[in-house]
Design a protein around this ligand. Structure first.
Ligand code: F6P
Length: 352
């Protein structure tokens, strides 16, 4: 795209550490190129607010020091403009009213599906993948994942000492709706004895095996065990447990209401006769300062997204492939998840 651009930037979906470094990089690279940046507040909701889009100007002073901060300085929401009557029309109208000739959307698969919808209608939209779940299709790295995996690792280190002192079993529930990246990375780094992820069906036989393993560990005097479970794992015979829980605008069940960790702890206590405690790490995994890796990735993505706009490569998501930044057509990203490659031996199923 030639000339001076007025670029909007927004963050949508669940927040995570790494968003602020990406926003900062967008602002630094864009202003260095002579462009102007406008922050859209609260994701797609802010852009589609009829007659009064929620915005704030962004210059270098506005983003000073934010690389060290978690969350998003722009706010976020789970707003699905594809489902809202006239949602995309309102977003386009507001882009025109604000004089925006380009937009950078930072989000997970839901936010990016809306970005793809706008791009399909001709808007100049590029995207940056984020989600601590790390499951956006088309990239090997999402903002927020490294920080979350580190937080889980540290939590397991702490849970291990109290669990060992009391010769208990600890069930640690971590986020991961469709993919078990956080459970797998955090669990392996933290020395978990079992890791349950959504990609591997937790069958009745696997439950039997887990109970037997816990008892066997106790029998040989290895008094404590740690089990990491992704929130998206379905327990055997649990049936359709997610039907009565509230759904978000994208149709996802509120998995904190399902509380698979608590249910698993109850079953294991009954079946093994051991004392079991459950800890749900919840939003601790999404809070606080980003790691160096998330700051660097956010910075690389922010720069690359602006450079793609400048070069007229539109409707793309910047992505990580083999350590390099590449571009993937947004149209290919939606509706798919990047699952863990189950051929990684000897990780899955992982019963240590
Ligand atoms: O953004 C993905 C995610 O972190 C999921 O792992 C989790 O199920 C969900 O967000 C929780 O969302 P909320 O903060 O809206 O409860």
């Amino acid at each position: 795209m030639s000339g001076r651009l007025k670029i909007g930037v927004l963050t949508g979906g669940g927040d995570c550490p790494g968003l602020n470094p990406a926003i900062r990089a967008v602002v630094h690279r864009a202003t260095a190129g002579g462009h102007e940046v406008v922050g859209i507040l609260d994701g797609w909701k802010g852009l589609a607010t009829v007659g009064a889009p929620l915005t704030r100007p962004l210059d270098r002073a506005a983003v000073h020091g934010i690389q060290a901060q978690g969350g998003t300085m722009l706010g976020s929401s789970r707003t699905n403009l594809l489902k809202r009557e006239g949602g995309l029309d309102a977003a386009e109208a507001n882009m025109r009213a604000l004089g925006l000739n380009a937009l950078i959307a930072i989000g997970g698969d839901d936010t990016l599906s809306v970005a793809a919808g706008l791009a399909k209608r001709g808007a100049a939209v590029n995207a940056i993948p984020k989600t601590m779940d790390n499951d956006v299709w088309g990239t090997e790295g999402c903002l927020g994942f490294d920080t979350a995996a580190n937080i889980v690792t540290e939590a397991l280190d702490r849970i291990a000492t109290t669990t060992a002192s009391h010769h208990r079993v600890a069930v640690v529930e971590v986020m991961g709706r469709d993919a078990g990246w956080v459970a797998a990375w955090g669990g392996l780094a933290g020395g978990a004895h079992a890791i349950l992820i959504p990609e591997v069906e937790f069958t009745a036989a696997a439950l039997d095996e887990l109970v037997a393993k816990l008892k066997a560990r106790r029998a040989i005097g290895d008094g404590s065990s740690i089990i990491v479970v992704s929130e998206g794992v379905k327990l055997p015979a649990a049936g359709s447990t997610t039907t009565s829980v509230p759904l978000d605008e994208f149709g996802h069940p509120r998995l904190d209401k399902v509380a698979v960790g608590d249910a698993l702890a109850t079953i294991l206590e009954e079946r093994s006769g051991l004392e079991v405690r459950c800890t749900r790490l919840g939003h601790l995994q999404r809070g606080g300062a980003p790691t160096a890796a998330d700051r660097v990735l956010g910075t690389r993505y922010g720069v690359a997204a602006v450079e793609a706009l400048e070069a007229g490569r539109l409707g793309v998501m910047v992505a990580l492939k083999g350590g390099a930044i590449v571009e993937v057509p947004l149209a290919e990203v939606g509706g798919k998840n990047r699952s863990i490659d189950l051929s990684y031996p000897p990780l899955f199923p992982h019963f240590d």
